[in-house]
Design a protein around this ligand. Structure first.
Ligand code: NAP
Length: 248
């Protein structure tokens, strides 16, 4: 296939779930892959070897997405070690669910910082090398919850809605430099993040989805391959839902 051959991608939060699937699909498509993780050190190191088996350059970095300085150092290291940066996928994300009445200030701040501020951190650092190269594709992982809202997820929904506004603003600011900025909005995807939910709740979600099933991480990764590749060269400022028609 080789849709991403010769490109360098940085994917945040790739030790498991959707980020890991994106890293693998990108390697299969010929991209050199830099990725991050935070707490899952062993999984991160194992992924590096798995990706290298596709014959591409792969390197994992332990880096906290919510930390501005760390993101700057990360992007600089990737540009130096890989010789540039063509695709940035902001995937790192967490949930700290609770009803608003019970939500702590810490839970609010943590989710906003890891999910939303992280996008500002890496995009700000990646803008210079992408402007120099006169090309780039930025993909931010939002959620259908950022469009619709969700009871018990005010912090998460706010962070994901913020990502959409951020993504569109970046598309407007950097379009003239041939830098594209899009968001991918997964619906209900079967990963560790959703694995903590009660089976009854999960079944309720499945019943409510027109396609009558949860999505797989690979199905989100395929959308990210498209948006990272030149196949989407005139697509920017968009939110691509990968949700089995859940929010239609
Ligand atoms: P997941 O299985 O829980 O994986 C989350 C990833 O983010 C892990 O690799 C984790 O790394 C990393 N991460 C968390 N905090 C980090 C930090 N501060 N710095 C760097 N990395 C960090 O979640 P997922 O389901 O794959 O979700 C991935 C993205 O898709 C998230 O942005 C999520 O909001 C979004 N999403 C998911 C769904 C769904 O149904 N699953 C739906 C819509 C949107 P460590 O384990 O190493 O800390």
């Amino acid at each position: 296939m080789g849709l991403l051959k010769g490109k360098t991608a940085l994917i945040t939060g790739a030790s498991k779930g959707i980020g890991r699937a994106i890293a693998i699909q990108y390697a299969k498509e010929g991209a050199n892959v830099a990725f991050t993780y935070l707490s899952s050190v062993e999984k991160g190191q194992a992924l590096e070897n798995e990706l290298a088996a596709y014959g591409i350059k792969a390197k994992g970095y332990r880096s906290d997405a919510s930390n501005f300085k760390a993101a700057e150092e990360l992007v600089n290291a990737v540009v130096t070690e890989f010789g540039g940066l063509d695709i940035l996928v902001n995937n790192a994300g967490i949930t700290r669910d609770n009803l608003l009445m019970r939500m702590t200030e810490e839970a609010w701040d943590e989710v906003i910082n890891v999910n939303l501020k992280s996008c500002f951190n890496t995009v700000k650092a990646a803008t210079r090398p992408m402007m120099k190269a006169k090309a780039g594709s930025i993909i931010n992982i939002t959620s259908v919850v950022g469009i619709k809202g969700n009871a018990g997820q005010a912090n998460y929904a706010a962070s994901k809605a913020g990502i959409i506004g951020f993504t569109k603003s970046v598309a407007l600011e950097l379009g003239s430099r041939n830098i594209r900025s899009n968001a991918v909005a997964p619906g209900f995807i079967e990963t560790e993040m959703t694995g903590v939910l009660d089976e009854k709740v999960v079944q309720g979600w499945r019943d409510a989805i027109p396609m009558k099933r949860g999505g797989q991480a690979e199905e989100v990764a395929n959308a990210c391959v498209f948006l990272g590749s030149d196949m989407s060269s005139y697509i920017s400022g968009q939110v691509l839902q990968v949700d089995g028609a859940m929010l239609t």
